[in-house]
Design a binder for this molecule. Structure first.
Ligand code: FBP
Length: 262
C-alpha cells in the first residue's frame, strides 16, 4: 500500500470510481435499456461530474475515447478482464501492460483477482507483475477483489468479503473494491480487515435511488471510502441527479434521505 490521499482519484480521502467495462464483462445486455450508452462518450460525459474521481475502462475504450476527455476525467485503466462468453473457472486475461496504461495517460490501475478460483495462483502472479510495475510509475492499484469459483457459490458472505479486503491488503493493493456483504456491521469488519487501505463498494445491478443511496450511506458509516459503480449510475435516465446525491452521501456524509430531499 502506498499513500494515495494526494492521488487525483481520491477526493478528501474518498473515491467514486465510475466503472464502464461492462461491454466486456457482461456484454451488450447491460445496454439494452440504454442503447445510447453504447457510445462510451456518453459515459465519459457523465464522468466529468465533480463527484466522480476517476473512470474505469478497458484499453480499447481508453485508446478511442479518453483523448477527448483527458483534461476533465481521471483515467483508471483496467488491466485484465473476461467476457461472459468464458465458461471456465473464473479467470481474467491480462490485456494491457502497465507501460501502455501509463502511455495512455492512466492515473490509476485496476486488476481483478478471483481468490478461490482454480486460477488464483496465476492471477496473483500476474497481479504481482502489474502491482510492482505500477509502483515505478506511482500509479495506485485498485483490486477488484472478488472471491469466486470452485465451491464459492455465495461470493458476498461477510467472511468472504472480509477475506477479500484482507487479501487485497496483503497482496499490495491501494484500494480494494468489494461487493456489499449485506450489512453495515459486516462491511465495518471488512474495512477493519483492510487496515489502513481504502475499501470501496462495488455497485451491482440497478436498484431504486433510495435503496442504492441507503446502502452507500451504510457503507460510508462503516468506514469505507466510497464506491466503484457502473450500472446504478449510467443505466439511469438522469445520472447527474444520482451523482448529485452521491456527492452528498460520500463526501459530505449526509444521509440518503437528506441527499434526496435537495
Ligand atoms: P456495477 O456497479 O455495474 O456492478 O459495476 C462494477 C463492476 O465491478 C464492473 O467494473 C464490472 O464490469 C462488473 O461490476 C463485474 O461484475 P460481476 O463480475 O459481478 O458481474
Amino acid at each position: 500500500m502506498i499513500p494515495i490521499d494526494d492521488s487525483p482519484i481520491v477526493r478528501d480521502g474518498k473515491s467514486l470510481i465510475l466503472a464502464m467495462d461492462h461491454g466486456l464483462e457482461h456484454g451488450p445486455v447491460d445496454f439494452e435499456d440504454v442503447p445510447e450508452k453504447l457510445d462510451p462518450s456518453t459515459v465519459f460525459e457523465t464522468a466529468t461530474h465533480d463527484a466522480v474521481t476517476t473512470m474505469a475502462v478497458q484499453k480499447g475504450i481508453a485508446e478511442g475515447y479518453y483523448p477527448s476527455y483527458e483534461d476533465d476525467v481521471n483515467l483508471l485503466l483496467k488491466l485484465n478482464g473476461t467476457s461472459n462468453l468464458w465458461m471456465g473457472e473464473p479467470d481474467s486475461a491480462v490485456n494491457c501492460s502497465v507501460d501502455y496504461a501509463a502511455e495512455l495517460g492512466a492515473d490509476a490501475l485496476g486488476f481483478t483477482v478471483y481468490g478461490g478460483s482454480n486460477h488464483e495462483i496465476e492471477m496473483v502472479e500476474e497481479f504481482r507483475d502489474a502491482q510492482e510495475k505500477g509502483r515505478e510509475y506511482d500509479l495506485p492499484m485498485v483490486m477488484w477483489s472478488y472471491p469466486r469459483g470452485q465451491g464459492l457459490k455465495n461470493d458476498t458472505k461477510p467472511g468472504t468479503i472480509s477475506y477479500a479486503t484482507r487479501l487485497a491488503l496483503e497482496l499490495g493493493a491501494d484500494i480494494a473494491k468489494v461487493k456489499y456483504p449485506g450489512s453495515k456491521d459486516a462491511m465495518a469488519h471488512a474495512v477493519q480487515c483492510a487496515g489502513d487501505m481504502n475499501v470501496v463498494m462495488s455497485g451491482g445491478s440497478k436498484t431504486s435511488d433510495y435503496e442504492f443511496l441507503s446502502t452507500v450511506e451504510a457503507v460510508i458509516d462503516a468506514g469505507a471510502t466510497g464506491l466503484a459503480v457502473g450500472r446504478n449510475v449510467w443505466q439511469r435516465e438522469d445520472p447527474t441527479r444520482l451523482l448529485d446525491a452521491l456527492e452528498k452521501v460520500i463526501y459530505e456524509e449526509e444521509t440518503a434521505d437528506a441527499a434526496l430531499e435537495q
